[in-house]
Design a protein around this ligand. Sequence first.
Ligand code: PHB
Length: 394
Amino acid sequence: MRMLKRLAVLAALALISAGAAAQTVKIGLINTYSGPMASNGDQIQKAVDLYMKLNESRLPNGVKIEIIKRDDTGINPETAKRLAQELIVREKVNLITGVVWTPNAAAIAPLTKEAKVPFIIMNAGTAMLTTLSPYIARTSFTLWQSSYPMGEWAAKKFKTAYIAVADYGPGHDAQEAFTKSFKAGGGTIVGSVRMPPPTSDFAPYLQRVKDAKPDALFVFVPAGKSATALMKGFGDLGLGQAGIKLIGPGDITTDEELPNMGDVPVGVVTMFHYSAAGERPANKTFVAEYKKTYGDKAWPNFISVGAWDAMAAIYDVVIAQKGKLDPDKTMALLKGWKNPNSPRGPISIDPATRDIVQNEYVREVRKVGDHLANVELETIKSVKDPWKEINDKK
Ligand code: PHB
């Protein structure tokens, strides 16, 4: 009888301590799961799932991460705002993440400030986004980060360039950044056009470019199916044969779309922070794990890596606070967060701007074995967002 009593007491104690230690961190993941641009959302989801599968053992005993998924269906700021509101008010999430699109991130930003909910942007790349709320940190990129050094590089190779960009935040940034550095390097912009996103028929724009006969055409369109449609138009209208070199940020030659682009992208040079073909050991492991889980034909792109590194940052702030997240402590931990060993190379969050600092790579699309790859040729180290540097923005 005494034995039984002791056992009952022990069992009760075990239950109490398990209850005390059980701590669930609720993360709202706003992502594009449906609609014509859902392939970008798939890149995010695959990276989130893979990170959680491979890193479960990092979490302290009793700490759990619950991901609450919401579908913004594409560039849809009203929907994104409503979803963020629900996640904050009804689900009481500790943190919001995801978000492929700039207009959606901009719509969510004021809520994160009001409610003091940290928001880690996994993709959206317009430079000003991080200035909209002190509770935003970004693990992706800015278009200035790629397009400004692209203009410097291009000015050494070409006298004239034409610019074609998607007509919204990231496209405007790409245009402004490239124009500034290309002109400063002595280049001349002979024409520019803004195209509504998402576009799938690029022929009318590309015909104008062909008639203008620039040395180079600098393009930004959002990654995914738009980029593949652009490549088709470039090939069909014979711009390459006319001697026009296609250049841009890496959004136009993303790793997972290269197999759908035929041979048109061979020789296209882009500036970007991630290529699945990167030779870094951390990247080799990442790509191998991705293929092991999702099949040999699956390729992670920069959107996957933005999400992967966001998850690494989230795990680090959860572990540091043993699962009890305080918004201000979380932001303090994110400022200056570092990973010397991301698949894209060393990265950190700039404590002054909460934006990512990373290498940019000059890459050329080449045939490697049986597939096309963005082969890294040159590295520009530790690039901060030039828009914030030039304009002294925090
Ligand atoms: C964005 O909306 O910020 C965005 C989307 C797709 C990209 C780049 C930027 O490839």
